[in-house]
Design a protein around this ligand. Structure first.
Ligand code: TRP
Length: 452
């Protein structure tokens, strides 16, 4: 192996990169957010739109981001600046850094919930609910408790900061290697349990049978936003991860692998949650508390439920951490590359500011529940602004940039830089140039035509 010419950390192995990129993608978006927004948006039809968005928007944009990153070896701001200096395209990079900032602010809150649930699982609080409604009440009480929420939020951000200070592969790669396969095994066990509950079929039907009358324009926007959020796209996280790649990397197979893996985890999670929700007589429209209310009820009635609850929440906390790391890394890479800060200063300063901005999100289910911006509490506002607007817009502009400005020809050259043949080049070039940008634009307009 030749030495890299730049000082950036490089992934130790090819698998390490794929694992780390999957670690960024697989997180609370798959396990916590996907089930609850699927539940709120009517089930099957939403899932179908989500899958279409993954294939025609997510997949091409992920490859575009990896390519931009490996070509430039830079953070998102630096990447756009290097390829088209002195043009407004660098704005995509800035929007990305801002989005990373905002997403991590509320992501850290939910990450804190998972840490709290690790503790609660260990102390036998999650495997003794007489009925599922009690599990929901328990969760509601917890997220309204200011002190507890703040404590775990701070803990989660502290761990994220500690890992990111150590730099790219030391921290990130190792964690992901073990986590990902274990998570799949756990989900399969839980899925079998959920599917064998009485009344599970009702849930399967809700989840898999597309009823398009339940789909509004806004649901379509949310499905697309979720595709971006779950794949970590639209704000340069994958540009940043791609920038740590050695040239000898097959970007196309890495893209396929990460997309398939991320989608598999989300779909499996749906197969756990919806059969359980219906079997236990809960409502799928529960909202952000859905997973935290349903799973403890599942653990309660399950053989070895205590052990399973511990393993599950430990895995979820690690999955959340590996995603949070990638969010912080984007912000930090910008301050290191573009502003010349050292890593420690960048991580500590930004980590603390992001924690502070997250506090109102953390209190949105308790003391700040009545504090509304445009009809949403703080947590929902930041979530909605980032997932449904900043990410799709960033992704659309990235597609236009790669498809038309930098050009698919140049991108193609970069993808094939080291003797790999790009088998689906024709599909990719077509979707990046035409389908992805247009699809995002249509979805934005669809929002103004609510179905009924
Ligand atoms: N994809 C992660 C999840 O599903 C969250 C995440 C990490 C993210 N990095 C991101 C979302 C960058 C958008 C952009 O939990």
């Amino acid at each position: 192996m030749t030495e890299p010419t730049h000082k950036r950390g490089l992934w130790a192995t090819r698998m390490g990169f794929i694992m780390a990129a999957s670690g960024s993608a697989v997180g609370l978006g798959n396990v916590w957010k996907f089930p609850y927004i699927t539940g709120q948006n009517g089930g099957g039809a939403f899932v179908l739109v989500y899958l279409i968005c993954i294939a025609v928007v997510g997949l091409p944009i992920m490859l575009s981001e990896f390519t931009l990153g490996r070509k430039t070896n830079l953070n998102p701001v630096g990447a756009f600046r290097q390829l088209k200096p002195g043009t407004p395209w660098v704005g995509i990079g800035f929007t990305g850094v801002l989005a990373g900032f905002l997403i991590l602010s509320f992501y850290g809150v939910v990450g804190g919930w998972t840490l709290a649930y690790v503790y609660k699982a260990l102390t036998h609080s999650l495997d003794q609910f007489a009925n599922p409604a009690d599990a929901g009440k328990f969760f509601g009480g917890f997220i309204a408790n200011t002190g507890e929420v703040l404590f775990y939020h701070a803990l989660f951000m502290g761990v994220t900061i500690a890992i990111v200070i150590k730099g790219v592969h030391a921290g990130i790669e190792k964690a992901c290697d073990i986590l990902m396969p274990t998570l799949v095994v756990m989900l399969v066990i839980l899925m079998i349990r959920a599917l064998t509950l009485d009344g599970a079929m009702e849930g399967l039907k809700f989840y898999l049978y597309p009823d398009f009358s339940k789909l509004s324009g806004h649901s379509i926007l949310m499905a697309m936003g979720q595709a971006f959020f779950s794949l970590s796209l639209g704000m340069g996280a994958m540009i940043t991860y791609g920038s740590y790649l050695p040239a000898k990397e097959n970007l196309t197979s890495a893209t396929l692998y990460v997309v398939l893996f991320d989608t598999l985890i989300a779909l499996l999670m749906g197969l756990v949650i919806f059969p359980a929700v219906f079997a236990m007589g809960l409502k799928p429209t529960e909202g952000p508390g859905l997973v935290f209310s349903v799973l403890p009820a599942v653990f309660t009635g399950m053989p070895m439920g205590w052990v399973v609850s511990i393993i599950f929440f430990v895995l979820l906390a690690i999955a959340a951490l590996t995603s949070a790391i990638s969010l912080l890394e984007v912000v930090v890479a910008y301050f290191i590359d573009q502003r010349g800060w050292d890593r420690k200063k960048a991580v500590l300063t930004m980590g603390l500011i992001i924690f502070a901005i997250g506090i109102p999100s953390g209190l949105s289910f308790g003391v700040l529940a009545d504090f509304k911006l445009f009809g949403r509490h703080f947590f929902d506002s930041v979530d909605n602004l980032t997932a449904n607007y900043l990410l799709p817009i960033g992704g659309m502009l990235t597609a236009i940039f790669v498809g038309w400005v930098w050009g698919t020809k140049e991108a193609h050259k970069e993808i094939e830089r080291h003797e790999t043949t790009f088998h689906w080049a024709a599909y990719w070039e077509f979707v990046v140039r035409y389908i992805a940008p247009v699809a995002v634009a249509i979805v934005f307009f669809a929002k103004y035509f609510p179905a009924k």
